[in-house]
Write a new protein. Structure first.
Length: 134
């Protein structure tokens, strides 16, 4: 088993005791991303659409730093403080993903770090040719 910690300054730095992602062989586990702007580490200005878009941008940056792309995500978890925003997640997700879509869960939560309205984490499977033989 080959384990690698993923770190990029193109996504928000960890605000706790975790890594942005951990790569184990061909699988990458992306930690939860909230709508923090990497350069300022503050929540993005704007409405829920801006927050959801920033989360996808943060996930994209971590995926790319891992040697993959959003299309390699096989499981996506979405956490929302208001499930009424779920249709907006679907609309914006359609800008970032093409069929076949990853498996997904959407979970309503009471609160998220830094008073964010949305958080997402993911599992990504890299094609074998993108990772050296183990």
């Amino acid at each position: 088993m080959v384990k690698e910690i993923i770190q990029t300054d193109k996504a928000p730095q960890a605000i706790g005791t975790y890594s942005q992602a951990v790569k184990v062989d061909h699988t990458v586990y992306l930690s939860g991303q909230i709508p923090l702007v990497p350069e300022t580490m503050t929540l993005v200005d704007g409405d829920i659409s801006a927050q959801i878009t920033q989360v996808f941008e943060n996930l994209k940056a971590v995926a790319e730093a891992s040697g993959g792309e959003l299309a390699d995500i096989v499981k996506l978890n979405v956490f929302l403080t208001d499930l009424a925003h779920f249709p907006i997640v679907n609309e914006i997700m359609g800008r970032y993903f093409q069929p076949p879509y990853p498996a997904r869960a959407a979970i309503g939560v009471a609160a998220l770090p830094k008073a964010a309205a949305v958080e997402m984490d993911a599992v990504m499977q890299l094609p074998p040719q993108e990772y050296p033989a183990c």
